[in-house]
Design a binder for this molecule. Structure first.
Ligand SMILES: [Cu+2]
Length: 147
């Protein structure tokens, strides 16, 4: 009985320690244009979800996207680097956490364009359907989530 209680307390405290550390481990490095407002809102969304965010205003985003192998048709407003992954556009923090946890072999995740209702693109209650797509350098793509 006592052992069960101790084990339960231990498991609870372990969860408390590991859960925030998951997000806190990786700094999100964001590249955006100096005038992008929805990019700032996405940065807020990431911080609200426990991520450390480092923002860089750049004039030549195309060069950043090319350097990180973001396919033309998957591009959005901002590009971010988290650990070894590239995050393109308004990708929800939950999907980034899932990717970091899975350690999947992929270049990164993208939400192409700027769908209304994605994190940082809120517009009243409007929610346009969108997909989170994982992509790699060889052109392989997988839809990992849909909203
Ligand atoms: Cu945007």
């Amino acid at each position: 009985m006592m052992r069960t209680v101790i084990a339960a307390i231990f498991a609870t405290s372990l969860w408390l320690v590991t859960a925030p550390a998951l997000a806190g481990d990786e700094t999100v490095v964001v590249y955006k244009s100096p005038t992008c407002g929805c990019c700032v809102k996405w940065v807020d969304h990431m911080r609200d979800n426990g991520f450390e965010v480092d923002v860089h205003d750049v004039d030549d985003l195309a060069a950043i996207k090319a350097e990180h192998h973001v396919p033309g048709d998957l591009q959005s407003c901002h590009t971010a680097i988290v650990g070894d992954y590239v995050i393109e556009g308004h990708v929800p923090a939950a999907d980034i956490l899932a990717l970091l946890e899975s350690k999947a072999e992929t270049t990164g995740l993208a939400v192409p364009g700027m769908p209304i209702g994605s994190p940082g693109m809120e517009y009243g209650n409007r929610q346009d359907p969108y997909a989170v797509i994982s992509f790699d350098k060889d052109g392989k793509r997988t839809v990992v989530n849909q909203y």
